[in-house]
Design a binder for this molecule. Structure first.
Ligand SMILES: Nc1ncnc2c1ncn2[C@@H]1O[C@H](COP(=O)(O)OP(=O)(O)OP(=O)(O)O)[C@@H](O)[C@H]1O
Ligand SMILES: O=P(O)(O)OC[C@H]1O[C@H](OP(=O)(O)OP(=O)(O)O)[C@H](O)[C@@H]1O
Length: 317
């Protein structure tokens, strides 16, 4: 099938074609009932149950395609969106709007130097060689350090910062951590999650440029705003369901006020009468990461029959 000729009237949704964000993105699509089958080697897949086509692109290119407006929606790293913004001139609009923080793909873009070297502070890298895949953010970072402002300095015409930086910033597409050992760089600016790669390369972090998680972005002028809103709402529902659990318990009505302070819920806890009128049943959404503490506190307060249920999906106000 000639997929390109089937794109007419379809909302284009860019997703990572490989890498760290891909599986979690596919899980989100599946949770949002966006059904597709990707043919081998094809970078476009038609969604079976909606007028949507998925476009598989490198995470780094997604903000550009969304910003140009041809692609309506995208999932990529917040770091990639920040890099796209840093590479757009101060007067230029990026055309990208952030819709939702998706919570996965958490990492930091950090300034790193050899652990055993003599550079201890970011200032020690001014005038030296830096290697990175994030040239825009790195230029911005060193421009601030060199006190050049963000893009241009008033009174100096429109000379881009890059031409006036004393620090030399070079782009590489991957394996950035090898640059110091290979003698190409005095420092690097690269992503760190567990810190294993950095440690294995004999590097240490001396500053953070940006913190990042995956985000849903949309074009400022999407072709079908209603469909964009529907997808955003579905994805939000899946994200919320992943973050929360439903906590149910019984409590003596005398203790109800204290107990519901521990589980205030999203809007308010649901309180149901029991056959024994001295008691009430409470049901409330609680952040998954806090549930153990909440259960301890409920038990200490006198609540009983505490149950924790996972939430398959959600729509909250
Ligand atoms: N170690 C990591 N832990 C968590 N998230 C990461 C990590 N590395 C990258 N990311 C996130 O995933 C995004 C895509 O990175 P990834 O390395 O998967 O890209 P890629 O498209 O496979 O490119 P490359 O070929 O350059 O590795 C990054 O922009 C960042 O938001
Ligand atoms: O702190 P860690 O958990 O070790 O993760 C950090 C590494 O992950 C990313 O690289 P990736 O593995 O995607 O490959 P790349 O170096 O080719 O970009 C990043 O560029 C670091 O190298």
């Amino acid at each position: 099938m000639d997929l390109v000729n089937h794109l007419e009237g379809r909302l284009l949704f860019a997703v990572p074609k490989k890498g760290r964000l891909q599986q979690a993105t596919f899980d989100l699509l599946s949770g949002s009932d966006i059904q597709f089958r990707r043919e081998t080697r094809l970078d476009i897949a038609l969604v079976k149950n909606h007028p949507i086509a998925l476009v598989f692109l490198p995470a780094a290119d997604i903000p550009t395609f969304v910003g140009e407006g041809r692609v309506d929606l995208g999932i990529t790293g917040g770091d990639q969106v920040a890099e796209h913004e840093a590479c757009s001139s101060s007067t230029e609009e990026t055309g990208v709007e952030k819709v939702l923080d998706l919570g996965f793909g958490r990492c930091k873009l950090q300034v790193q130097v050899p652990e055993k070297g003599d550079i201890k502070e970011p200032e020690g890298l001014v005038g030296r060689n830096i290697v990175t895949s994030f040239v825009g953010l790195t230029e911005q970072y060193f421009a601030r350090l060199e006190d050049l402002g963000d893009k241009t300095v008033s009174g100096d015409g429109d000379v881009p910062v890059r031409n006036r930086l004393r620090t030399k910033i070079k782009y590489v597409g991957g394996s950035v951590e090898a640059a110091c050992a290979l003698g190409v760089a005095h420092g690097i600016v690269d992503l760190v999650e567990s810190g294993e790669t950095m440690k294995a390369a004999g590097l240490k972090a001396i500053d953070t440029v940006v913190e990042s998680t995956a985000i849903l972005i949309k074009s400022k002028h999407p072709s079908n705003p209603k469909l964009v809103d529907m997808i955003a709402s579905r994805i939000n529902g899946v994200i919320t369901a992943q973050k929360y659990v439903l906590c149910q318990y019984n409590v003596d009505r005398n203790l109800l006020e204290t107990a519901t302070k521990i589980t205030p819920g999203m809007r308010a806890p649901t309180i149901t009468a029991l056959e024994d009128s001295a008691w009430a049943a409470v049901s409330s959404m609680v952040l998954k990461e806090k549930i153990a503490i909440v259960m301890d506190e409920l038990t200490a307060c006198g609540a009983t029959d505490i149950l924790v249920l996972s939430i398959a999906n959600s729509r909250t106000g």
